[in-house]
Design a binder for this molecule. Structure first.
Ligand code: ZN
Length: 139
């Protein structure tokens, strides 16, 4: 009789990854079929409501809608940060895929130190889009 307990594998990255992917897909389907410009059930930006200023996320839902419908001009107009971020994310994913095809090792997809870069870019974007000279960055 074998007294060794059965080996239980810890849940790896796949479960949170699947939940995250399903959430993104669900939101994308919702935004694709219900235009944020014509449906009022989307949450209002509380920062904008309280201050009258645009946060880095203002216009993002409309930008996602435009992006999902292939309208890059409208996506840029609604939230340039989303369009630029999507571009760099696609480049990074392409680089990872290319390395995988060539059998090379990939590092972290999004290293923690890059969060600081993202934070600085978001702060600069927020300041600029609230200045009259950069009104084209406002949704
Ligand atoms: Zn906002």
């Amino acid at each position: 009789m074998n007294a060794t307990p059965p080996k239980i594998n810890p849940p790896g990255w796949w479960l949170p990854g699947i939940i995250l992917a399903a959430t993104f897909l669900g939101v994308a389907v919702l935004v694709y079929f219900f235009n944020p410009a014509t449906h009022a059930f989307y949450p209002e930006c509380q920062f904008h409501r309280l201050t009258g200023l645009n946060c880095p996320g203002c216009g993002m839902t409309r930008a996602v809608y435009a992006l999902l419908h292939g309208n890059l001009t409208a996506a840029w107009r609604d939230n340039a940060l989303l369009l630029g971020g999507s571009f760099f994310l696609a480049l990074r994913a392409g680089w990872f895929g290319w390395n995988k095809l060539r059998g090379r090792r990939n590092g972290e997809f999004f290293p923690a130190k890059h969060l600081w870069v993202l934070l600085v870019v978001a702060l600069v974007f927020t300041v600029l889009r609230n200045l009259p000279a950069f009104a084209f960055l406002s949704p």
